[in-house]
Design a protein around this ligand. Structure first.
Ligand SMILES: [Zn+2]
Length: 381
């Protein structure tokens, strides 16, 4: 068994569950920090462990270009290469091919693109993406998809979704034949698991068709992709709300690339089990902290002589030791430690947020808590 998913409690449509992978058991709903290049920017692995990170994301496009999947495969796979014994998920590279690379040419066969590093020419197919992801050896890998730009015409979205569906079938066929070639397959129980990705842009009937075709292919988990591409937040929520019920209840459901702290709470309450986002670490590098009291721009002059911790309700190793004045000083002096400390706090905030969501589902209080929060914000706005 490569992956199993069990649900321990529900509250409305939200679920408290466990995903068992060959490396670790993951409590859901889970927030997954993004370690694009085999590193969550500015945070070493032992601190990620201390923060309680259960699963990390790695990036197929970036790791393929540098240092190369073959090198990582020879080093025993991504877990061993980056010294991370907990779970890893790799994306298929589709999103980066479409957002970062230049001169891409998309055909039914795959995507030809130029590296954003040196302009060299490369060709990704569904088979190639899975081959790379097998060499990297993540516990959960993703089918190769086309992430449709926003806005997209209906005709364009339909053609793109249909191709993504055919690519999902090819991804699965290649994976089923080669899945035992993962570097650690012989030493662990089971192998990798391949998830399908629902596309269809902002058209709910296309999303439905995409979901139905993927469910027929019987993946062990499903993602909703193609969101956070510049669409209004209302639309993101609507697409998630209409797509989730189309996916099997007994499989993990993953929304890719979201979101702000209040959004991940909301999506977990809607029944999403997995989420990832670069926001906590990216915002940290720009001096933006997420706290229990809202957002805080640490470079603000009013923090110059502020001896309080960044977040008085946070027990992370930054808030229990350093002051706002010191973090502001580091940031305006461009000290590398600023990015480290800000990133640690932001990640701690996201992980604590998810921990309290899981706790609330266990107690059956998440839905009540959310409607209370919505009422409070209506009163103050
Ligand atoms: Zn903190």
């Amino acid at each position: 068994m490569s992956l199993s998913f069990s649900i321990a409690a529900t509250d409305g449509v939200s679920r408290l569950g466990t995903i068992r992978t060959p490396h670790t058991d993951i409590e859901t709903p889970v927030f997954m920090p993004v370690g694009t290049l085999g590193s969550v920017k500015s945070i070493p692995q032992h601190i990620l462990e201390e923060l309680g990170v259960q699963i990390l994301l790695g990036n197929t496009y970036h790791l393929y270009l540098r240092p190369g999947h073959e090198a990582i495969g020879e080093m025993g796979g991504l877990h061993r290469f980056m010294s991370w014994e907990r779970s890893i998920l790799t994306d298929s590279g589709g999103f980066q091919v479409f957002s970062l690379s230049e001169l891409r040419k998309v055909t039914e066969q795959g995507v030809e693109f130029r590296s954003h590093l040196d302009g060299s020419s490369h060709f990704f197919t569904p088979e190639r993406s899975i081959e790379i992801q097998i060499a990297l050896g993540a516990d959960i890998i993703m089918a190769f998809d086309e992430c449709t730009e926003h806005p997209a015409s209906r005709e364009r979205a339909q053609a793109s979704m249909a191709m993504t569906t055919r690519w999902a079938r090819r991804s699965k066929e290649y994976f089923e034949t080669h899945k035992n070639e993962v570097p650690w397959a012989a030493s662990r129980s089971g192998s990798q698991s391949l998830f399908g990705i629902v596309q269809g842009s902002m058209y709910s009937d296309l999303r439905r068709e995409s979901a139905e075709r993927l469910v027929e292919m019987d993946f062990p988990g499903y993602a909703i992709g193609g969101l956070s591409v510049g669409e209004p937040r209302e639309l993101t929520r609507e697409i998630i709300a209409t797509t989730l019920p189309l996916l099997p209840k007994d499989k993990p459901r993953y929304v890719m690339g979201v979101g702000y702290p209040e959004e991940i709470v909301e999506y977990a309450a809607m029944g999403v089990d997995m989420m990832d986002c670069v926001l906590p670490t990216r915002a940290a590098r720009h001096g933006l902290l997420f706290t229990s009291e809202g957002r805080m721009n640490i470079k603000n002059a009013r923090f110059a002589r502020d001896n309080q911790p960044p977040d008085g309700n946070c027990t992370c190793l930054v808030c229990s030791r350093y002051t706002r004045a010191y973090l502001r000083h580091l940031f305006v002096s461009r000290e590398p430690l600023a990015a480290v400390l800000n990133s640690i706090h932001n990640l701690a905030h996201y992980l604590d947020t998810m921990r309290s969501v899981r706790h609330a589902i266990r107690l059956g209080e998440l839905q009540a808590k959310l409607s209370g929060a919505a009422r409070a914000s209506e009163q103050t706005s």
